[in-house]
Write a protein that binds this ligand. Structure first.
Ligand SMILES: Cc1cc2nc3c(=O)[nH]c(=O)nc-3n(C[C@H](O)[C@H](O)[C@H](O)COP(=O)(O)OP(=O)(O)OC[C@H]3O[C@@H](n4cnc5c(N)ncnc54)[C@H](O)[C@@H]3O)c2cc1C
Length: 377
């Protein structure tokens, strides 16, 4: 298996690093303070072709693939995980439409989403249906040429700024994927959930009350919604969360290493203390192990592997990356002493963002279940 980056991927990495360091880094304090969605940065990522890396060219994507997407997520998250999380949440509906939608839906919605001039989100979770989405209560009933939707969803990323929401609802005994446009009567974003991290990506609750959507807003076949949602969450949500965790850990590590090389005690930088060196060594080893686990499923997807077959590989990468990011961010704070908790050094932002990843895209226990079930004969 060859894990080296192609020339194109190396160029992408350099370009995204440049964008993140020059355009994103100076904005972090303001975005953290205001918790405002960064429309301009998202458009900037769209202009660079980053939002449609896994969408194909006829629909406005670049078709560079999942390795390229992981590179972009890692590089953006190394500077600001909150913005890196846009790839996790923003690409979900794009994947579902390209993979399962009609030709008309692909041509109508994907080009603007790839450009970042329009934003989508994807809603599965409900109060009673998080880890067990089959317990969801939202229903969608066919009535002439429309579906009538009733229910509510929680913890849906970016829906307050989204032009289009893809969502899963019960259609009789099975589930189906639909989408609804912003402003549709009976569809309302009701509140922003207060969260500790990922501050520039709002997470909202929403309500459908007798919301009529056209029949043509069904994505894929009626009754196939759960399979579509699970594949979408695995291929986009979990790989995305893993990539954000990887980038967050790398960012925290670099911040801590720089600090330890500059902080002088006993006449020398503290990076000369063996205890500190051991912690930095453990951090860099953990990150490198995680990097291999994250890029492997992306590479497998680029080789055309069936996403269902590599579900356990993806789950393993998310499980390890998020635990690793938490360990790394905590160690980064530890080696920096009291400075580690200061917002001025940004390491504390990486930790708050990594905490959110424990749950986003599926909890760590659900990752273990996915890996464990594949091991049971
Ligand atoms: C930042 C963020 C962004 C999110 N964005 C979105 C989004 O855009 N769209 C969306 O649809 N959802 C989104 N979510 C919701 C997320 O997918 C759910 O929170 C997640 O699936 C877990 O559901 P829950 O919170 O209801 O926890 P629960 O399912 O209630 O879990 C509670 C606890 O029980 C454990 N548990 C549950 N089932 C099992 C089991 N079978 N075996 C062992 N342990 C189990 C869990 O691991 C957890 O520890 C987001 C969440 C966060 C934090």
């Amino acid at each position: 298996m060859d894990f080296s980056f192609s020339r194109e991927q190396e160029m992408l990495k350099k370009a995204v690093r440049g964008f993140a360091e020059s355009n994103v880094a100076p904005r972090v304090p303001e975005l953290e303070q205001k918790g405002a969605f960064p429309f301009d940065l998202v458009k900037g990522m769209g202009q660079m072709g980053l939002l449609g890396l896994t969408n194909s060219r006829p629909y406005g994507g670049t078709g560079m693939g999942y390795m390229a997407r992981t590179i972009a997520i890692e590089e953006v998250s190394r500077i600001y995980p909150s913005l890196g999380f846009f790839f996790q949440a923003g690409n979900l509906f794009m994947f579902a439409v390209e993979g399962f939608g009609s030709e008309d839906q692909k041509r109508k919605y994907l080009p603007d989403l790839c450009k970042g001039t329009k934003i989508s989100s994807f809603g599965v979770t409900e109060q009673m249906g998080g880890s067990d989405p089959s317990a969801m209560m939202t229903t969608s009933k066919l009535d002439g040429e429309s579906y009538v939707v009733n229910g509510r969803k929680s913890f849906i990323t970016n829906v307050e700024v989204a032009d289009t929401l893809g969502f899963v609802a019960k259609t009789g005994d099975s589930f189906s994927v639909f989408f609804v446009e912003k402003g549709t009567k009976g569809y309302e974003v009701t509140r922003r959930e207060p969260r500790p991290g990922l501050r520039c990506m709002p997470v909202n609750e929403l309500v459908f009350s007798n919301c009529k959507i056209p029949k043509g807003n069904l994505v894929g076949e009626e009754g196939r919604g759960m399979a579509i949602a699970i594949t979408t969450i695995s291929v986009i949500g979990r790989t995305g969360a893993a990539g954000v965790a990887l980038g967050a850990a790398q960012g925290a590590f670099e911040g801590a290493a720089k600090f330890c090389n500059g902080r002088v005690m006993y006449g020398k930088p503290i990076s000369n203390l063996q205890a500190i060196q051991f912690m930095l060594a453990d951090m860099s080893t953990d990150i490198e192990a995680s990097r291999w686990l994250c890029y492997r499923p992306a590479w497998l997807l680029d080789q055309g592997k069936n996403p269902r077959e590599i579900g356990p590989d993806i789950a393993r990468s998310k499980l390890f990356a998020v635990d690793m990011a938490l360990r790394t961010c905590l160690k980064a704070q530890e080696v920096m002493g009291a400075y580690g908790q200061s917002p001025e050094y940004r390491v504390e932002i990486f930790l708050r963002d990594a905490i959110e990843l424990l749950t986003a895209g599926g909890t760590q226990e659900i990752m273990r279940l996915t890996v464990g079930r594949a091991l049971a004969s």
